[in-house]
Design a protein around this ligand. Structure first.
Ligand SMILES: Nc1ncnc2c1ncn2[C@@H]1O[C@H](COP(=O)(O)OP(=O)(O)OP(=O)(O)O)[C@@H](O)[C@H]1O
Length: 204
């Protein structure tokens, strides 16, 4: 489902990671582990296609990461507290994305589903910039799951979430056993939630 071949990314010639080979089969939950600066967010951004690799290749179901074909397959929550349009309600943020992919009726249906799953039906009615960081994170993660993409990329999804919200997140992922999930986390409990761990060393 997801593949890296000799993948590397450098900033100003300083490599963050290099020579990375990885094959992630459908339905796998892969945890990116590593200290601050190890390159977890950088790798997620390269898979999402918002940043390009310096060397090598990343593909999603055989399509180059970042290509329209790959983007259609991927739900993304990177910096989940910060990526909503602040003046729109959470509900409208969700609808905006759902309508890019789906008919009006289908968009309304999938938005209602994730709002219920994440318990955000009520506060998704106020402007996102009036929501707490945890509320925004819940909306962003819900947004990544809109329309059940086969792959989701989540950057520290539990960082701002309380215990109950984290339980909602994992329950939502558990309801999607075929979903391929790549997520970064510093939370020890998340090691029990994944099938594989990619340990990324911090390069000095
Ligand atoms: N746009 C950028 N320009 C220059 N250097 C960058 C840029 N983005 C990231 N880096 C560098 O790349 C390295 C990896 O950063 P990254 O954010 O991927 O780490 P991380 O593993 O996600 O860290 P954390 O656990 O703190 O979130 C760091 O040394 C960082 O300074």
């Amino acid at each position: 489902m997801l593949r890296l071949d000799s993948a590397g990314r450098a900033f100003r010639r300083r490599p963050v990671f290099s020579g990375l080979d990885l094959e992630v089969t459908p339905g796998t939950r892969l945890l990116l582990a590593g200290g601050n600066g190890a390159g977890k967010t950088t790798l997620l951004r390269c898979l999402a296609g918002t940043l390009s690799l310096s060397t090598g290749r990343a593909t999603i179901a055989g399509r180059p990461a970042g290509s329209p074909g790959a983007r259609r397959l991927v739900g993304v929550a990177l910096a989940p507290e910060q990526t909503l349009c602040g003046r729109l309600s959470g509900h409208d943020n969700l609808l905006l994305v759902a309508r890019m992919r789906l008919s009006t009726r289908e968009a309304a249906r999938v938005v209602a589903r994730v709002e219920e799953e994440f318990g955000i039906t009520d506060y998704a009615r106020v402007p996102a910039n009036q929501c707490s960081a945890g509320m925004r994170a819940r909306i962003s993660v819900a947004r990544a799951l809109l329309g059940d993409p086969p792959v989701v990329l989540l950057d520290e999804p539990g960082r701002s979430l309380d215990t109950a919200s984290r339980a909602l997140l994992w329950a939502a992922l558990d309801r999607r056993p075929g979903l391929t999930c790549v997520f970064a986390s510093h939370l020890a409990e998340d090691r029990t939630r994944c099938d594989r761990v990619l340990a990324m060393p911090v390069r000095r």
